[in-house]
Design a protein around this ligand. Structure first.
Ligand code: CO
Length: 303
């Protein structure tokens, strides 16, 4: 009986020693992993996000934005993502492979980037901007992923932004324009989003700088119909049409400057107003691009 008790005691002691030894080894290895695995070196990237375009001429705006970003952030990985699936599919047929923001973020995560700054080329904080921000926040919550991923603010995010952009755009109105000639900028607009009101605010800010400069939108307010009586009241015989979107793409080329009867050019020409169209996206103007870059710098300062 005694002999049996002693054997049991010895076995218990044996297991205890094993348990302690194994715990010690695991503990040390665990600590070792923590030291090597938890803090990999910083790997930072910038993700430029645009709607995308299939118009080669409009591509200039995106190329300009990329060149300026690379200049401002040398030796930083800069990538693109296009939000439009239709545009991505068309480009894929031409052999140009572009990612959605979600695919681009997944790739950056797989490649162990630690800090990502997302710069969206949106003009207002509208629906598309908030959809992007929502998905970026979901990526930010993933375990074992980025240490930090932040979205920069869109172009018009403060009164200061609005004044800077209005001044920059006013300075780029063609020099041959006479003060009695009107200028009409075409913004995109966001029919079901409160940020659409930014276009009304911009219309006012432009008018304070130059009473014959107007801002309208294709899909929101002010619409061309709402602006027509005001334009007619100024009795302008000539009007300069300029896009108020990052890229002078499909809306600028067709809805603004196209020859179809419902384009702004056709409607205004029909009212006896001569039209001059300028096909340049706002991202092609250095002073406007600089506002976007300042928003990127603001995000970068958190890294
Ligand atoms: Co549109």
């Amino acid at each position: 009986m005694r002999e049996k008790e002693k054997r049991e005691h010895d076995m218990k002691t044996g297991w205890m020693i094993w348990f302690c030894a194994v715990s010690l080894i695991l503990g040390l290895t665990g600590n070792g992993l923590a030291a090597h695995g938890e803090k990999p070196p910083d790997k930072k990237a910038i993700l430029l996000v645009g709607f995308g375009t299939t118009v080669p001429e409009a591509q200039k705006a995106l190329d300009n934005m990329e060149a300026l970003t690379r200049k401002a952030f040398p030796e930083t990985e800069v990538r693109w993502a296009y939000t439009s699936g239709v545009i991505r599919a068309k480009l894929a047929k031409e052999g140009k492979k572009l990612d959605s923001p979600e695919t681009a973020m997944a790739k950056l995560m797989d490649e162990k980037f630690t800090h990502v700054a997302v710069l969206p080329l949106h003009t207002i904080p509208g629906r598309e901007y908030h959809d992007l921000q929502h998905n970026v926040q979901l990526f930010a919550q993933m375990a074992g992923g980025f240490r930090t991923i932040l979205v920069a603010r869109p172009l018009l995010s403060s009164h200061e932004d609005m004044e800077r952009v209005a001044k920059a755009m006013t300075a780029h109105i063609p020099k041959e324009r006479k003060s009695q000639d009107a200028v009409l900028l075409m913004g995109h607009g966001s029919e079901h989003h409160p940020a659409d009101a930014v276009y009304m605010a911009m219309n006012q800010i432009f008018q304070d700088l130059d009473p014959n400069v107007f801002v309208g939108t294709v899909e929101g307010h002010p619409s061309l119909e709402e602006l027509l009586p005001k334009l007619e009241a100024r009795k302008a015989r000539k009007i300069y049409l300029m896009p108020f979107m990052a890229v002078a793409g499909d809306h600028a080329r067709n809805d603004m400057a196209g020859n179809e009867p419902d384009s702004w050019k056709s409607i205004l020409t029909g009212k006896g107003i001569a039209c001059e169209t300028i096909l340049k996206g706002t991202a092609e103007y250095p002073e406007v691009a600089e506002v976007w870059l300042d928003h990127l710098r603001a995000v970068w300062s958190h890294f």
